[in-house]
Design a protein around this ligand. Structure first.
Ligand SMILES: Cc1ncc(COP(=O)(O)O)c(C=O)c1O
Length: 387
């Protein structure tokens, strides 16, 4: 078996931000054989691998049902459709997130209402969630759903969010596109909320070789309705329409890839944790390194540091000149993006989201980042920051 650690390249060789190719080298023949099996049986749509993967995914995180689908965005939208969320409903989500989190609310005709995040975790602030509910009601909207995001791989504070959600009558839909594999207390992401959406986009901690996603839930009826929605709302059979749906299925080939990747995922999580710990130990004196909440683990979709405003462009340029890529997630919070400017923002505003958008910068992070390469990144960051 190939080892978890690949050898470092020459000192100036470009470093990948996420090294999908290193994982591919490790898994090569297993994936090839898995895909070949699908090519042989030709059940490309909802073939046996989809059911097998769904069962394994549900077992991995301790949810009763997994419904595979075409993307993380479809996973989110299928839950909203199944709940009948629509015009007049408010869907509360953080402003500091990827566009899909709010997009799905608008897609079903509901109103996204933006709440703020907590600076330490980058995740939804339960107090701002409460304020967002008041803002929604003041505008004549019904607060129906909250979509906390487990940003960069760390679970949001689900206990505190659940308490506010219960008091406000909200359904909690966890956007775990970046966090499948993380834990909160003794539970895994996928079992922290009544419904959880995740993404298998190739760069995600558990990614496939194209688009894919899943919803995890204990609710049998919700799972049944989503299985109908992902196939155009089919009812008794293919040509009986029970509801409006989507072409939202997970491809059989992607399920076959994911079955193989899930086998090594626990090992990859351990590697990501080790790499994140090393970054933090080496950079804590020059930048604000990520803080893990007590009792939580992250799956480190991103390793994101914070710098004083005005410093990150210089760091990004210095690293780029040395073949080291960086990412800025997210340079503009959603409430400031053109399509979302007209939607409500929680009373009190979202100042932390605004500030983080100016301060964050992410470093290369993947399970195959060897120590020599990581040391090169760390040294370059320290040099650029004048340490
Ligand atoms: C927080 C978050 N939500 C939702 C999505 C959507 O996932 P997908 O690209 O699979 O539709 C992403 C993908 O980047 C994401 O990061």
């Amino acid at each position: 078996m190939t080892t978890m650690t690949e050898r470092a390249g020459p000192a100036s060789a470009p470093i990948p931000f996420v090294d999908v190719a290193a994982q591919r080298r490790r898994l090569g023949t297993a994936i090839d054989r898995a895909v070949a099996r699908v090519l042989d049986h030709c059940q490309f749509i909802l073939g046996p691998e989809v059911r097998e993967f769904e069962a394994e995914l549900a077992a991995f995180c301790g949810a009763r049902h997994a419904v595979g689908c075409a993307s993380g965005t479809d996973a989110l939208v299928m839950v909203l459709m199944a709940l009948g969320v629509g015009p007049g409903d408010a869907v509360i989500c953080p402003s500091f997130t990827f566009t899909a989190t709010a997009e799905v609310a608008a897609l079903v005709g509901a109103t996204p209402v933006f709440a703020d995040v907590e600076a330490a975790s980058f995740n939804l602030d339960p107090e701002s969630l409460r304020a967002a509910c008041a803002t929604a009601r003041a505008r004549g909207l019904r607060p129906r759903v909250v979509i906390p995001v487990d940003l960069f791989g760390q679970p949001a504070d689900h206990d505190r969010i659940a308490a506010v959600a219960e008091a406000e009558g909200l359904f909690v839909l966890d956007d775990a596109a970046q966090a499948f594999g993380a834990t909160y207390g003794n539970r895994r992401v996928g079992a922290l909320a009544p419904a959880t959406a995740t993404s298998f986009f190739p760069a995600k901690p558990l990614g496939c070789y194209g688009d894919g996603g899943a919803v995890l839930t204990d609710d049998e009826e919700l799972a049944r309705v989503m299985r109908s929605i992902r196939v155009h709302g089919e009812g008794r059979d293919k040509y009986d329409c029970a509801r409006i749906g989507l072409t939202g299925r997970l491809d059989t080939i992607q399920a076959a890839v994911l079955i193989e990747k899930l086998k090594i995922f626990p090992e990859e999580i351990v590697a990501r944790e080790r790499i994140a710990r090393r970054y933090s130990a080496s950079l804590a004196d020059v930048a604000t390194v990520p803080a893990l909440a007590r009792g939580a683990t992250s799956v480190w979709a991103q390793y994101t540091i914070r710098l004083a405003p005005g410093r990150r462009d210089g760091l990004a340029a210095a690293l780029k000149a040395q073949g080291i890529p960086t990412g800025i997630y997210y340079p503009t919070p959603l409430h400031r993006q053109e399509p979302y400017r007209g939607f409500p923002v929680a009373e009190g505003g979202v100042p932390v989201s605004d500030r983080l958008a100016e301060e964050v910068i992410s470093l290369p992070m993947h399970a195959y980042l060897d120590e020599a390469t990581q040391d090169r990144i760390i040294a370059a960051v320290r040099r650029a920051l004048g340490a």
